[in-house]
Design a protein around this ligand. Structure first.
Ligand code: AMP
Ligand code: GLY
Length: 424
């Protein structure tokens, strides 16, 4: 089979590496890919959001199967367009991708079908939002309705901060049309868990749980980023909690999407908070998470392509989805200054990899036989181990062997997870 992966970050590199292991995959393309992915797939210079360009490329190159990984093309309907010309896809169509594309849609879905989530109010103008915020409880969370590069949720501690958030989202429109509507949400507390799942709209199979590390600096300080590291499994997510989530959140979500005429096929991501009143949904994503994928897929022992094909054919219930009982840790190496201003163009020196070590390239371009930094998040150093402590140690040793000027990383990826294990 000729397979196309759409996207070009660390997550896509992990997907490409996993697909490459399948005997059924004869040829792998990645659009646009990056300088590191080029070692594992033929990179094609079509932008991930260029639907017309992607359809033309797929037709001209006899693509049998496409994996559409990032949120934007999914919400814009790339799966619909590819399927129209006969390319089978892994990923939801535009109607189903609304579950991530509109937080107002997903909140109403949860409210209608009784799926546990934070209480929330929706506003379509700044005046009404501010009127409500004058007397609301603090802290609370102000969220832009649409996609906002993962930066659309602002935790506010008082009315002044709330006003600044509303200004940013609804008046200055820093997230564009995504800010035409806002949600004001109850502030929840508790450990956060990411659960990625495969679903074909009939069956849902959760993957191993994971924990993202969103803040730029140690001890969860600094700005929110696209993710500075991850570990899997997430020790807070016990068997009992998994069962509770399956019954109260995962299956009800699949049923709700079906009832709404939007059957979801692909990777459905549950961003959960384990509150004292039980697990609640913080967000849905219509795709694999980044960097969670970089720790989840190395633990997958079944053939990823077989699973994706089964999802597309709606026979997920017939295939094996098996994960290792090992743990994995991903330490992101970023360019100093990320997520704000940073320099690029520095040469990256990579070590040779031992068994159970992986490097997923996120922001690098090839120049001759050199690899140069080209983004904020440059790469993920990933290791697998029999224990979480072992995986973390190994990932940091690997990260220590990778060199480029201006590199920075967090030094505490997995620390909270280890503490949770010690408390058990
Ligand atoms: P989101 O963009 O919805 O994924 O939110 C980003 C981050 O903001 C989450 O990972 C949480 O850490 C935080 N957050 C979002 N909603 C809430 C909430 N209702 N209560 C507390 N924290 C939240
Ligand atoms: N790691 C969170 C996300 O992919 O949105």
């Amino acid at each position: 089979m000729r397979v196309l992966v759409v996207g070009g970050g660390g997550r896509e590199h992990a997907v490409v590496k996993a697909l490459k292991k399948s005997k059924k995959v004869d040829k792998l393309f990645c659009a646009p890919g990056n300088g590191g992915i080029a070692a594992d797939a033929e990179c094609v210079s079509v932008k991930a959001t260029d639907i017309k360009g992607m359809v033309e490329f797929a037709k001209a190159n006899g693509i049998d199967f496409a994996v559409v990984t990032p949120d934007n093309p999914l919400v814009l309907g790339m799966v619909d367009a590819l399927e129209e010309v006969g390319v089978k896809c892994f990923g939801p169509n535009a109607k189903a991708a609304e579950i991530e594309g509109s937080k107002v849609f997903s909140k109403r879905l949860m409210q209608k079908y009784g799926i546990p989530t934070a209480k929330s109010e929706v506003f379509d103008n700044a005046k009404d939002a501010l009127l409500y915020l004058e007397t609301s409880e603090y802290p609370c969370v102000v969220k832009a309705d649409g996609l906002a590069l993962g930066k659309g949720a602002i935790i506010v501690n008082d009315f002044e901060e709330a006003r600044a958030a509303i200004d940013e989202i609804m008046v200055e429109h820093v997230f564009g049309e995504s800010g035409n509507r806002v949600l004001v949400e109850e502030f929840l507390t508790g450990p956060e868990v990411s659960v990625l799942s495969f679903t074909d709209g009939k069956t849902l199979v959760p993957m191993v749980s994971s924990m993202d590390h969103k803040r730029a600096h140690d001890f969860d300080m600094g700005l929110n980023t696209g993710g500075m590291g991850a570990v899997a499994p997430n020790p807070y997510y016990t068997k009992e909690i998994q069962e509770e989530c399956m019954q109260k959140i995962f299956l009800p979500t699949v049923r709700a999407m079906n009832a709404d005429g939007r059957p979801f096929k692909g990777c459905l991501y549950f961003g959960l908070m384990l509150t004292k009143d039980g697990a609640k949904v913080i967000e849905y994503n219509c795709r694999f998470g980044d960097p969670e994928t970089q720790v989840v897929l190395p633990l997958l022992e079944s053939d990823l392509f077989e699973i994706m094909l089964a999802v597309a054919d709606e026979r997920l219930g017939e295939v094996e989805v098996k994960f290792s009982t090992d743990s994995a840790c991903c330490v992101v190496l970023a360019s100093d200054g990320y997520p704000q201003k940073y320099n690029t163009g520095y040469q990256i020196d990579l070590p040779t990899l031992d068994k159970n070590e992986y490097i997923y390239i996120a922001g690098a371009k090839a120049e001759g036989d050199k690899l140069l930094t080209s983004g904020g998040r440059v790469l993920g150093a990933v290791a697998r181990g029999a224990t979480l402590a072992g995986a973390i140690d190994k990932a940091y040793k690997l990260a220590g062997k990778i060199h480029f000027e201006n590199a920075f990383m967090r030094h505490d990826i997995g620390r909270r997870a280890l503490e949770a294990i010690e408390r058990k």
